[in-house]
Design a protein around this ligand. Structure first.
Ligand code: FE2
Length: 142
């Protein structure tokens, strides 16, 4: 399990989304590393890509709403980081289609996705929780 409880922000809805992202990325990496043929892996890989394109956008939106609610001062900068990640996922997905499902591209993507997720959730998202704590705004934003 890649998820660690120290990644929690103390906001149940956001934490649940982060956990879902971790488990999806973990399953994705397992598919990439499995001994199945590339043809066998492809449907699962495409399914993950489709999921990511939708879920990541939804999750970022919810997290940004929470940041606004607690007047998080680094909201704008954080939003730019989210936009950059969405653009990256869309770009890779496009390249994957255009390259006729290039395996190397996906292997690279899997690694980047994991390191991005861990770094972002463990560092940048934690700053939101630190701020909420410092300001005494409750974790659920109410
Ligand atoms: Fe974030």
């Amino acid at each position: 399990m890649l998820w660690k409880d120290i990644y929690e922000l103390g906001v149940p809805a956001i934490d649940a989304q982060h956990k879902e992202l971790f488990s999806r990325v973990e399953a994705f990496l397992q598919v990439l590393r499995s001994k199945e043929s590339w043809e066998e892996k492809l449907p699962k890989i495409n399914e993950t890509l489709e999921f990511m394109k939708g879920y990541v956008v939804e999750h970022f939106h919810d997290e940004e709403e929470y940041q606004k609610k607690i007047n998080y001062p680094k909201y704008e900068a954080h939003k730019q980081v989210h936009i950059g990640m969405v653009d990256y996922v869309l770009e890779v997905s496009k390249q994957f289609e255009e390259s006729d499902n290039n395996e190397n591209l996906m292997q690279q993507f899997g690694g980047k996705l994991l390191s991005w997720l861990i770094n972002h959730v463990a560092a940048e998202d934690q700053q939101i929780a630190d701020y909420a704590k410092k300001e005494g705004v409750s974790g659920n934003g109410r």
